[in-house]
Design a protein around this ligand. Structure first.
Ligand code: LMR
Length: 392
């Protein structure tokens, strides 16, 4: 049986982690996988998480099963941050915990497919795993251009995709800090997107994996909220990997917005529960429990928000430095200053990506995506110089 399987190439992004680890050059630079790094290049555990974990050790009296929906206290505590003061939107929203944002995206598309979604539209480039998840559940998908060449979002393309979608089709939208481009829709553009979704009935799935890393927790939720205020129903995938630094603990959440609460919401939620049970049975508890402890404690919440501010400000500083540099060889870096989050796409060829890696010890995705948090005031000039050397 097993011999019939075709070999699969390792995930290119994850393979970079190993390549970088094996490189012995002391001045190597990791701009690959999307994890936040401090100005010293570390990815420490948040202080607020450490404190919450200690409280968990001290107080947790059982690790017995919770059920497919996971830690409901965690799921509910996140809701005001994601959805605003009317956190359940009048009882129309209900959520469950998932293994990371990936689990939430998978649950969202599988549930929508079971509900009759025949195809999904997605702006490209996108996080490569989106297409892999669609492929894995045999969901047809169609690309539209996410960005214009000047580094702004392509509004016409997304509106065209929404308006030309046939009944029963959906669209996947990145709520903020677009991965891999860093290019987000403006609030005015989100309003138009929401109007088009409401007019056409194209089904929205929103992926929010970086809230707080762009312009701030509230600002990063504004686009998502403006869409949800206009549409009758939607699915939302959420990740705490980055904004709580919980990457390997796999902490995510999935929310269903239904036209009205009640029977439709119950029915959809029971389907999500069944899918979760058949996929992973129950999500891992530890990280979500730590987030719940933080969000129920005002001091820990303040500490977490402070740590998140520090992260965001550091990334803005790096972006500004790059933007101020202007150009490096043939690469114009100025738009990076107005883009958001961990990522930016540089217009470099595959050969130039390889040259940066082999000749300069600089690791980035083959698409030309860089994780700006991999740059520090110690290595940023080397990076700009290498980019100039390779593209100039
Ligand atoms: C990334 O895009 O680097 C992150 O979302 C990590 C991942 O799982 O790919």
């Amino acid at each position: 049986m097993l011999n019939r399987l075709e070999p699969q190439s390792p995930d290119a992004l994850l393979a970079l982690i190993k390549l970088h680890a094996a490189d012995e050059r002391p001045d190597k630079i990791d701009l690959g996988v999307g994890v936040y790094r401090t100005g010293q290049g570390a990815t420490p555990v948040f202080g607020a998480i450490k404190a919450a974990e200690q409280a968990l050790v001290d107080t947790q009296d059982s690790k017995s099963y919770l059920g497919p929906e996971g830690d409901v206290g965690f799921v509910n505590a996140l809701m005001p941050y994601i959805f605003g003061t009317d956190a359940t939107m009048g009882g129309r929203l209900q959520g469950m915990q998932t293994p990371g944002g990936t689990g939430a995206v998978r649950l969202a598309v599988a549930l929508a497919q079971n509900a009759g979604m025949t195809k999904i539209h997605m702006g490209t480039p996108s996080w490569p795993n989106h297409a892999q998840i669609f492929g894995d559940i045999d969901l047809e998908w169609q690309a539209f251009d996410h960005a214009n060449s000047d580094g702004t979002a392509n509004l016409d393309a997304v509106l065209g995709a929404i308006r030309n979608a046939k009944p029963g089709e959906g669209i996947l939208l990145h709520a903020c800090c677009h991965n891999p481009t860093g290019i987000d829709y403006t609030l005015e553009q989100w309003e138009e997107i929401g109007d088009a979704l409401a007019q056409t009935g194209t089904f929205p799935i929103l992926d929010s994996a970086y809230q707080g890393l762009g312009q701030g927790l509230e600002a990063d939720a504004a686009g998502l909220r403006s869409v949800l205020a206009k549409v009758p129903e939607a699915l939302i995938a959420y990740s705490c990997d980055k904004n709580f630094g919980l990457y390997r603990d796999r902490v995510g959440a999935f929310y269903i917005l239904s036209k009205d609460g009640g029977e439709t919401l119950d029915k959809a939620f029971s389907n999500a529960n069944a899918l979760a049970r058949a996929s992973w049975s129950m999500p891992p508890d530890h990280g979500a429990a730590a987030v719940r402890i933080i969000l129920r404690d005002s001091d820990l919440t303040a500490q977490w928000l402070d740590e998140l501010d520090t992260m965001r400000e550091r990334m803005r500083q790096v972006r500004q430095y790059l933007a101020d540099a202007g150009t490096a060889g043939s690469v114009d870096l100025t738009a990076l200053g107005t883009q958001n989050g961990l990522f930016a796409i540089l217009p470099v060829t595959k050969e130039q990506v390889v040259a940066l890696r082999e000749d300069h010890g600089i690791y980035m995705a083959g698409s030309g995506r860089i994780n700006v948090a991999g740059l520090t005031m110690d290595n940023i000039d080397k990076f700009i110089g290498a980019l100039a050397a390779v593209t100039g």
